[in-house]
Design a protein. Structure first.
Length: 150
């Protein structure tokens, strides 16, 4: 895991690849829990029998579930213990190039894209790529925007 103790260290890391997280299996229970939390009960996500006859052959994870998992993976790759405060500021350019079938595994790779002054702190953009095991296409690519105060 990459640890950054100062704004200077973060600025110096621009262009750096932070590595890969561990793999995570996408279970039907996780998909169903996300459906309950969001109210998105579309059959391609929550009805295994109907989804078996659908375009993907089984249920698939919600795109926004896959995006939300970036916050689960990030602590495996990136830490800023030198900051007195860190905030999730948003996300840029989110794409879902490949569906994530139930039972598949995903992991995340991250790269520091920028680290620029913002107010009294530093705004950091990471390109997070959620990889789908066995697929040439990623499941999700998103630029997360965070702000850190030192």
């Amino acid at each position: 895991m990459a640890e950054f103790h100062s704004a200077d260290e973060l600025r110096a890391a621009v262009g750096s690849h932070l590595g890969h997280s561990g793999w995570l299996e996408i279970t039907q229970e996780r998909i169903d829990t996300f459906a309950e939390a969001t109210g998105d009960h579309q059959w391609i996500h929550v009805d295994p029998a109907r989804a078996a006859a659908g375009p993907f052959g089984r249920t698939i994870a919600h795109g926004y579930l896959v995006l939300a998992l970036t916050n689960r993976f990030l602590p495996e790759l990136f830490s800023v213990p030198g900051a007195s405060m860190g905030l999730n500021y948003g996300v840029n350019k989110v794409r879902f190039p490949a569906p994530v079938p139930c039972g598949s595994r995903v992991r995340m790779a991250s790269e520091v894209i920028s680290a620029d002054p913002a107010g009294s702190g530093l705004q950091v953009i990471l390109r997070n790529t959620v990889e789908l095991e066995g697929s040439d296409k990623p499941a999700c690519v998103a630029e997360s925007v965070s702000r850190f105060v030192f």
